[in-house]
Design a protein around this ligand. Sequence first.
Ligand code: 16G
Ligand code: MG
Length: 559
Amino acid sequence: MADPGGSQRTALLAAASLFPVPDGATFSYGTAGFRADGSTMAPAVCRAGIVAALRSVKLGGAAVGLVITASHNPVGDNGVKIVDADGGMMSQAWEPFSDALANAPTPDALLQLVLQFAKDEGITLGGAHSAQVLLARDTRPTGEYLLDVATKGISAIVGSVALDMGILTTPQLHWMVRNKNRGLKASEADYFTQITESFRHLLELTPDDKGIDELNEKLIVDGANGIGGLKLEQIKPNLARLDILVRNSGKEGEGILNERCGADFVQKEKVLPLGFGPNDVGVRCASFDGDADRLVYFHVTSPSKTSVDLVDGDKILSLFVLFIREQLDIINGKDNKGLLPTRFGVVQTAYANGASTEFLKNLGLEVVFTSTGVKYLHKKALEYDIGVYFEANGHGTVLFNDDFVSRLESLTARLSEAAGSPQKQAALRLLATSQLINQAVGDAISGMLLVEAVLQHKRWSFQNWCDLYTDLPSKQLKVKVKDRTAIVTTDAERKVCQPSGLQELIDKEVVNYSHGRCFVRPSGTEDVVRVYAEASTVEAAESLAKSVARHVERILGFC
Ligand code: 16G
Ligand code: MG
């Protein structure tokens, strides 16, 4: 093993000794980083700092990100996730090492793991190569302490620099890392300027004959008492043609982070978040999660009811798809053979409501499926000129391939003589969209602004949007079993291949239901097996989910 020098060894041993892993604790990087009760997170966060710094060294000193957040989880939890140099999630190839490092039982075991990994990856330790890690955190009470812990982990790799970017939404940090490594402006002020300017630009490109009425301007946003509401308050004055009221804004004393509010709560429970009531009937409402990377919309249906009409990630995706498709049709004609033939793809997961998939397929679009988790969807969407992905839970974005954006720019330049031509307008709308919507990761604030711009473009009410298609009733259940990893899935988690026999039992249940669909998968964030069922009525979806849950319990052993 190459000797990195005494100071490097000493630094790693010292950092590991500061935050030992308690007996019995295990950390797993999971679907989106390490997460647990905030007070127990220090060992995993320190070690994630080490991983992030190593990743930056490996990538020739490119900036890597580290964000302290537990997203939509309760306020007492916290977590850490690493942002790769392209602004996306950390390479999955590094997850096993991250897990091993987080669980290294002694300082010496940690040192040996780092030395071996550095050797395997061809990373030169000892400070000969620089590294930089951009840090951010959300508003959780344990955030400041854990950010300091992460800094200690980063400093344990000699030659690395930790840059604290402050309290940010998760997508802001992803955006900054991506921009910095592309040599673009990357401050928070730059982020705000980019999204507010491109939003204004998109509104200017709204067809002239289409004005807006007062109701359409009004929007109430549930900020989950997290960071997204605070940031939205900051940019609100710069958003033309939108009258935004932020509730659960995250200001001192307003309420508890994610408690009976936020995108996860509204999407799962389909009821009003705290702070919303009868006076909001008929007003368009949106909800962010605690770190503002998820977005859903809803309507208060009647003064006497707490249930909501929900517009989830699938319907946000459908709205974006319609808008982009309209612009592409203007440029290319329906046969896609015009000025800018475009590979346009849509990515969903098994959780996408069957009605949304049917709607998209009926538009003649290519719809592909991946496993649950942003890292899988994002990777797939990158394969297209324009790739749109969303999870039903509201996490998603629209990715524009670099080469496609260059072609779009030269097309708009070529079309310059016909400044007012429909094709030029459509091309400019696509360019503004590529600037507005976060290219690194799903982003509730920029996603919301795109929704608002598209609704104004189409002059659509919330109801028009809801009526795109009717969701099939669905039911989700959690089953606690002895070992959830005994379930192995295939076909983007839509089929079980282990334990044998389970898929056949699911199939036998499904055939008894009209529009029946059901799948089971081990959760990546909780120690449970998740069951999802869909059918033509609420009762049928519930009954299907229950029958399949019983099979899971019986075969895997209930606990
Ligand atoms: C995480 C994922 C989310 C996924 C969810 C599934 C990211 C940023 N977040 O929150 O995409 O839908 O996990 O959770 O990747 P589950 O595996 O417990 O069902
Ligand atoms: Mg989140």
